[in-house]
Ligand binder design. Structure first.
Ligand SMILES: [Ca+2]
Ligand SMILES: [Ca+2]
Ligand SMILES: [Ca+2]
Ligand SMILES: [Ca+2]
Length: 226
């Protein structure tokens, strides 16, 4: 055996030892971090558990539910439709783009006055109580609100009754004592939605209510709603 061959063997041996010690070193690091309970990226990836935890298996059943159930419209739709009209601007008597409590009474009265004769008759009243979910509410008694007993509820009588009912503060979500158009919309829509038999206003139910209380012309702007 010559020197050259011995040196060569020594080099191979040395490299082999080096690799083994490197491997041991690496394994030692992993083991150490596991013992310390430190979840390193290296061990997480190695174990193959972290990606599983972050991305749970796709739930096909849940996806199917959300796409097959007929979802109703939401308050955005009413807001969008209402903003295409001049109704809110008309209710906002002092043009500050907000409804104070008196403007709100007028707005709600105008909303319920289906035939726009500036009077609430008992038929309009009963229709609205049903649509807005007050028909079983003893605080909404026709004869209690019609304080002068002329079988009509005028705007003053309505304002007095509405003040007692306390809706304004419920609708004023940000408690600044005025209603933005959005708050008025949410208030109306929330009552419609709660009053609906199944709690979901579909397009047809929504259209019926919209046409009854607001403007038929606006619905015709949206051909997909017929
Ligand atoms: Ca105003
Ligand atoms: Ca009327
Ligand atoms: Ca009256
Ligand atoms: Ca407000």
């Amino acid at each position: 055996m010559n020197i050259g061959k011995l040196l060569k063997m020594g080099l191979v041996w040395g490299v082999t030892i080096g690799l083994v010690s490197c491997a041991n070193e690496g394994a030692g690091v992993v083991q150490e971090s596991e013992e310390l309970g430190v979840e390193t990226e290296e061990t997480g990836t190695f174990e193959g558990t972290t990606p599983m935890e972050e991305e749970p298996a796709y739930d096909y059943d849940a996806d199917e539910t959300t796409t097959t159930v007929a979802l109703g419209v939401n308050a955005d739709e009413l807001y969008t439709d209402l903003t295409t009209t001049e109704l809110y601007e008309g209710w906002d008597a002092n043009d500050d783009n907000l409804l104070d409590e008196n403007e709100y009474y007028g707005a709600f009265y105008d909303t319920w006055d289906i035939n726009d004769d500036n009077m609430l008759d008992e038929n309009e009243w009963n229709t609205a109580l049903s649509d807005f979910g007050f028909d079983d509410n003893t605080a909404w008694g026709w004869s209690d609100w019609d304080t002068n007993n002329d079988n009509l509820i005028d705007e003053n009588e309505f304002g007095t009754g509405l003040g007692t009912a306390g809706l304004f503060s419920d609708w004023d979500m940000n408690d600044d004592n005025v209603l933005e158009e959005r708050e008025y919309t949410e208030g109306i829509f929330g009552l419609w939605n709660d009053a609906d038999d199944d709690g979901i206003l579909d397009e047809n139910e929504y259209n019926d209510l919209y046409v009854r209380y607001f403007d038929m012309d606006v619905v015709q702007y949206n051909p997909e709603r017929g």
